[in-house]
Design a protein around this ligand. Structure first.
Ligand code: ATP
Length: 202
């Protein structure tokens, strides 16, 4: 079976930049963010559960999830947030497992490993699905500057998101491998190449 490398890091730390580079080497990338959107697409059973629980306002007229409404309902409401996560996290995990299995069983997939990119790898039980934990890490100021530039938004918004995420140390303590993404994109690519060789061998 194929090895699974779990990639995580805070907002704007470089998860996408790292996974894009692994992808250029033919490495499959499973994205937990995509899975988390798929489980609440129109027609998914989770949507019914959400509208039963939060009321019909949780759905837009066309039946899609009303994200803004839901965000408001779980903001400063820990039990509601917990309820939602208890519903969605197992569904997201199942989707991830399905995709891992698909690559594992695909004789056409030749690499020794694949990547699972997840902002909540270590905060959910998704870490149990991976063989190694790779953390992409930057100091807070770099994180803030790059994310603000990328999203063209108020630094205050990003600061609040950083404050709500688990601390750098929490991630670094659990890492098997670390990419220090303070240099250029070229430095980042070199770091990825090194890990790619390592993961392909072991
Ligand atoms: P999010 O958690 O928000 O999805 P992310 O961890 O995927 O973010 P990226 O989007 O990969 O982070 O990187 C954040 C921004 O910083 C992007 O605009 C990216 O192009 C830029 N960036 C990443 N690494 C570097 C680097 N080494 N040098 C310069 N810019 C970088």
């Amino acid at each position: 079976p194929v090895k699974v490398i779990g990639l995580t890091g805070g907002i704007g730390s470089g998860k996408t930049a790292v996974s894009d580079r692994f992808a250029t080497h033919g490495i499959a990338v499973i994205d937990a963010d995509i899975a988390s959107r798929e489980v609440v697409e129109k027609g998914e059973p989770a949507l019914n559960r959400i509208s039963e629980h939060f009321g019909s306002e949780a759905l837009l007229e066309d039946g899609a999830l009303n994200r803004a409404y839901l965000r408001k309902r779980i903001f400063d409401a820990p039990e509601e947030k917990q309820w939602l996560e208890a519903l969605l996290h197992p569904l997201i995990r199942d989707r991830i497992i399905q995709q891992i299995n698909r690559f594992s069983q695909d004789p056409e997939y030749k690499p020794a490993y694949l990547l699972l990119v997840s902002p909540l790898l270590l905060e959910t039980n998704q870490w149990e699905l991976v063989d190694r934990i790779l953390v992409v890490d930057v100091p807070r100021e770099v994180q803030l500057a790059r994310t603000t530039a990328r999203d063209n938004c108020d630094p205050k918004t990003i600061e609040a998101i950083i404050a709500a995420q688990s601390p750098r140390d929490f991630k670094l303590e659990r890492a098997d491998d670390i990419i220090e993404n303070t240099g250029s994109l070229n430095d980042l690519h070199n770091a990825v190449e090194k890990l790619h060789n390592q993961y392909n061998q072991a």
